[in-house]
Design a protein around this ligand. Structure first.
Ligand code: LLP
Length: 417
C-alpha cells in the first residue's frame, strides 16, 4: 500500500501534506515514508520466517544515516561497496558483524578497514582481490571470511547499465575460476571460505532469472562440497524490481519462489535488497518555475534537475510525476525538465498534466538511487531530505549551503600566472 495518498485534493505522505513540507523546507526536497520502509523490510522478514537468513540492505540505494539507523533497528544487516558506506553503517548504529562487502575494486585500505571493523564477509570478485585480502589479513594476523561472487551468465532482462550477471560484465568470476579460488582460500590460513555470492542486476521484473542463477549456484555448491569445501551461507544478492511503470513481482512471491527452489539446501540465506525496500517510500518534491510552450514541445521547467535525480537522464528511467494539488484546468503533454544546461536534463517527458507556474510536483518512486546519486553539477547544492513518521516530520539532511560547494577548494597563491 502506498503511503502517498490524495487527501482532500492534496497529496500527503502518511499524515503530512507535501505542500506543508515544501512550505517549511523549500524545494527540491526528498520526502520518505518511514512506514513504507518498515513495511517493505518486514515483508522480507515475514517471507523468510523460519529460514536462517540475513537481510543485508544495499546501502547504495539510499544511505542517509536515519534510514540506515531505522533498518538497523529492524534487524537489518548491510551490503556495502566502499569504506565510506561501511563507516556510514557503523555511524548509523549498524552492526559491522552483519555487513557484507561487495564490489570489484576494494582498495587495500578499504580491505584493512573492513577487517579491522570485523565485517561478516567479503564478497570477492577476482583472484587479485583474493590474494590482496589474504596478504593484508596475514599482516594483521586475522582470518578473512570470504564468499566468491559467481557470474552465472544469466540475462536479467534489465537495462544494460544495471545488468551485472552476464559473462561480458565486469562482475564476479565464472564457475571454474570460483572453484580454483575456493581451493586457494581453503589452503590459506588468512582466509576462511564461508559463502557463495551472486548478484545479477537491478530493477529485475521477472523472477525466472533469479531462479536460473540459483540453480547455477546450487550446482557450484554441490560441486564444492564434493571437494570437501562446506559453505555456511548463500548470498543471492539484490535486484528485485519495483513498479515504476509496469508491475513488479511482490517481495513475498519472490522469496517464496526462491525458498521453493532452495528447499533442499540448508545454508543460511543472505539477500542484498536495496531498491525494493526504499524506492516506493520516497518522492522528490519540486516546484514549477516556468512554463515554456514552444512550437514543438511544452516544457515545464522545475527547480529539480538531473543532479538531484539522475535516473531519467542516465537510464531513460520513467517515474510517475504527480501534481501535489491536482487542478482541473486544460491538460497538456509537458516535458518536465530541470535548469541544467544539458538536453539530458529531464525528469519526465510528455506527461499529461494541468500546470501553472508555482505548482508543486512530486516525482514518485524516488527513494532508491535518488539522493544517493546526486551531484553538485552546475554548482547546484544538494536537496534537503525529510523523513515522515505518521504526522511527524524529521529533517534528516539539511539542504546544502552554497558555501559548502567550495569548502574543500582553495586558490593557489597569486604569482603563479
Ligand atoms: N548487491 C550488489 C552487489 C549490487 O551491486 C546492488 C546494486 C545491490 C545489491 C542492490 O540491488 P537492488 O536490490 O537495489 O536492485 N543506479 C541504478 C541501480 C544500480 C544498482 C547497482 N547495484 C538505478 O538507479 O536504477
Amino acid at each position: 500500500m502506498s503511503q502517498f495518498t490524495l487527501q482532500s485534493g492534496s497529496l500527503y505522505c502518511e499524515d503530512v501534506s507535501l505542500a506543508d513540507i515544501a512550505a517549511k523546507h523549500g524545494t527540491p526536497t526528498y520526502v520518505y515514508s518511514a512506514a513504507s520502509i518498515d513495511a517493505a523490510f518486514r515483508e522480507y522478514q515475514t517471507a523468510l520466517y523460519g529460514r536462517p537468513h540475513l537481510i543485508c540492505y544495499a546501502v547504495k540505494a539510499n544511505s542517509n544515516l536515519a534510514i540506515l539507523n531505522r533498518l538497523a533497528r529492524l534487524g537489518a544487516g548491510f551490503d556495502v561497496v566502499s569504506g565510506g558506506e561501511l563507516e556510514r553503517v557503523i555511524r548509523a548504529g549498524g552492526d559491522a558483524g552483519k555487513v557484507v562487502f561487495s564490489g570489484v575494486g576494494k582498495t587495500r585500505s578499504e580491505l584493512a578497514l573492513a577487517l579491522d571493523r570485523g565485517i561478516r564477509c567479503f564478497n570477492i570478485e577476482s583472484e587479485s582481490e583474493l590474494r590482496q585480502l589474504a596478504d593484508i589479513a596475514g599482516e594483521l594476523g586475522k582470518t578473512a571470511p570470504v564468499s566468491i561472487r559467481i557470474n552465472p551468465d544469466v540475462d536479467a532482462g534489465t537495462h544494460p547499465y544495471i545488468s551485472t550477471g552476464l559473462r561480458e560484465n565486469k562482475f564476479g568470476v565464472d564457475a571454474s575460476t570460483a572453484r580454483r579460488l575456493y581451493m586457494m582460500a581453503r589452503d590459506s590460513d588468512a582466509l576462511n571460505p564461508m559463502g557463495l555470492d551472486c548478484h545479477i542486476g537491478s530493477q529485475i521484473l521477472d523472477i525466472n532469472p533469479f531462479l536460473e542463477s540459483v540453480d547455477f549456484l546450487t550446482a557450484v555448491i554441490n560441486d564444492l562440497s564434493k571437494e570437501g569445501i562446506k559453505l555456511s551461507h548463500l548470498d543471492v544478492g539484490g535486484g528485485l524490481g519495483v513498479s515504476y511503470e509496469t508491475p513488479a513481482p511482490k517481495i513475498d512471491d519472490y522469496i517464496a519462489a526462491l525458498l521453493d527452489r532452495l528447499s533442499t539446501m540448508d545454508l543460511e540465506l543472505i539477500l542484498e535488497p536495496g531498491r525494493s525496500i526504499v524506492a516506493m517510500a520516497g518522492a522528490l518534491l519540486t516546484k514549477v518555475e516556468y512554463l515554456k510552450p514552444t512550437s514543438q514541445r511544452h516544457f515545464a521547467i522545475v527547480d529539480a534537475a538531473m543532479n538531484d535525480l539522475l535516473r531519467p537522464a542516465l537510464y531513460g528511467a520513467w517515474q510517475e510525476i504527480c501534481p501535489v494539488k491536482p487542478r482541473s484546468g486544460e491538460v497538456l503533454e509537458w516535458d518536465v525538465v530541470g535548469p541544467v544546461c544539458e538536453t539530458a536534463d529531464f525528469l519526465g517527458k510528455a506527461r499529461p498534466l494541468s500546470l501553472s507556474e508555482g505548482d508543486l510536483l512530486s516525482i514518485m518512486g524516488a527513494g532508491a538511487y535518488g539522493y544517493s546519486m546526486t551531484s553538485n553539477y552546475n554548482s547546484r547544492p544538494r536537496a534537503a531530505e525529510v523523513l515522515v513518521e505518521g504526522a511527524t516530520t524529521h529533517l534528516i539532511s539539511e539542504r546544502e549551503s552554497v558555501d559548502a560547494l567550495w569548502q574543500r577548494e582553495s586558490i593557489p597563491p597569486e604569482g603563479s600566472l
